[in-house]
Design a protein around this ligand. Structure first.
Ligand code: HEM
Length: 405
């Protein structure tokens, strides 16, 4: 059994033999002690949960809090600060109900059917434009740089109404925040820059109303400029790197499983389930953490009030008790109750948008480049074990050019 102080590192590692598989040790823990003691990077004594049913239990139980001032960082070097600190006004993701509920309702109200439809059309247009640029560039190309990265970045800009001229700098600033290898001071500086950018954006929108999510929030709520800027930062942080990595790693997984890719190409209606299965199989968010508000018995262990409980998303999504033959990518399998978007009151706010992005991006890519393949051997694709969100740093791809007549 692993040393409890080795577990934080285990959360961001992958199996030596396969870039898509979590380390074998997580499966061993799930089978032997699914609620296991873990020493957090700051020395805090807490727990790690690896079984699907128990993970969902934790995420649905109001006795496990997501309040910022109680939370300990479970990943090596992941957060801006090692010590817990209160959430600033607007940082709803780090609040519990009823405070959390108030913000969440305001935000859900902005994901209207009309906006979703407009965003879908824009996602299709953005995907087509990026693919045209990639076609012009010619093979080989880095899929992360030319497609998987910019697409969600531009979609977030669209959602928040970031002016076209500011988009590139905005997206570049964002990418620093998810790194585990960037010193805290540098991250704080990038974070500060992002916040002041958001504040300027909100103030401009107050002056001149716009029909985007921030404009809608200004119109329909009494949120302050500071709260709105924090919310804008949260949506960017939560929606950019996640979707980019799901697209890039998803394409990598499909290229590595040609029979599955062929099944998808011959039956385009499979894309909805295919995206769910990719979310389950790849589980790019390694973990999320809660803090016990009182003593709680979980899986035969006693969690004491104040202790942190980390749930492993990949371990839950590969639990054979819920997903038979969990290590097999099967685009037709039932995927209900996967926890790639979390579970309970904090379940991903942007999940419908993320689904649409993936459902548009993946088929559009393979339609444009039917002969798409890796330009390097799979073991040379650089994976992101140094980041808060798993994926690939780059995905070198190539394709056949049309024959000249
Ligand atoms: C929450 C995953 C895309 C916004 C979450 C959580 C997960 C997740 C696991 C729950 C965290 C927890 O319980 O602590 C993903 C994945 C995505 C994705 C895998 C892409 C494939 C997006 C997008 C947006 C977004 C596109 C916004 C535009 C959020 C927000 C929360 C959240 C705001 C916090 C919700 C709350 O605390 O109430 N996401 N997400 N996510 N996600 Fe996503």
């Amino acid at each position: 059994m692993s040393d409890p102080s080795d577990l934080p590192r285990l959360l961001v590692q992958h199996a030596a033999a396969c870039p898509f598989d979590p380390p074998d040790e997580l499966a061993r823990l799930r089978a032997e002690r699914p609620v296991t003691p873990m020493i957090y990077p700051g020395g805090h004594e807490g727990w790690l949960v690896t079984e699907h049913a128990l993970v969902r239990e934790v995420l649905a139980d109001p006795r496990f809090s997501h309040r910022a001032e109680l939370l300990r960082n479970p990943l090596p070097g992941a957060s801006l600060s090692a010590e817990p600190r209160p959430a600033p006004p607007g940082a709803f993701t780090a609040m519990d109900p009823p405070e959390h509920t108030r913000y969440r309702r305001l935000l859900t109200g902005q994901f209207t059917v009309r906006r979703m439809r407009r965003w879908t059309t824009r996602i299709e247009e953005i995907a087509a434009e990026l693919l045209t640029a990639m076609e012009r560039h010619g093979p080989p190309a880095d899929l992360v740089e030319m497609f998987a990265g910019p697409l969600p970045g531009l979609v977030i800009c669209e959602l928040l109404g970031v002016p076209t001229g500011d988009r590139e700098e905005f997206v570049r600033g964002m990418s620093v925040l998810g790194r585990l290898d960037v010193p805290a001071g540098e991250k704080m500086a990038a974070f500060g820059k992002m916040q002041s950018f958001m504040l300027d954006l909100v103030r401009a929108k107050r002056e001149r109303p716009t029909d985007d999510l921030l404009g809608g929030l200004i119109d329909s709520s009494d949120l302050t400029d500071g709260e709105l800027a924090v919310i804008g930062g949260i949506l960017t942080g939560a929606g950019f790197d996640t979707t980019a990595n799901m697209i890039a790693l998803g394409v990598f997984a499909l290229l590595d499983h040609p029979a599955q890719l062929a099944a998808l190409r011959s039956d385009p209606a499979l894309i909805g389930n295919a995206v769910e299965e990719l979310l389950r199989y790849l589980s790019i968010i390694p973990a999320t953490v809660r803090a016990a508000l009182e003593d709680v018995e979980l899986g035969g262990e006693l969690i004491k009030a104040g202790q942190s409980v980390t749930v492993s998303v990949p371990a839950a999504n590969r639990d054979p008790k819920h997903f038979p033959d969990p290590g097999t990518l099967d685009l037709r399998r039932p995927t209900s109750a996967h926890v790639a978007f979390g579970h309970g009151v904090h379940q991903c706010l942007g999940q419908q948008l993320a689904r649409v992005e993936m459902q548009v991006a993946i088929p559009a890519l393979f339609d444009r480049f039917p002969s798409l393949r890796l330009a390097v051997p799979p073991e040379e694709v650089p994976t992101r074990e140094d980041m808060m969100i798993y994926g690939v740093h780059s995905l070198p791809v190539t394709w056949d050019l049309p024959r000249e007549e």
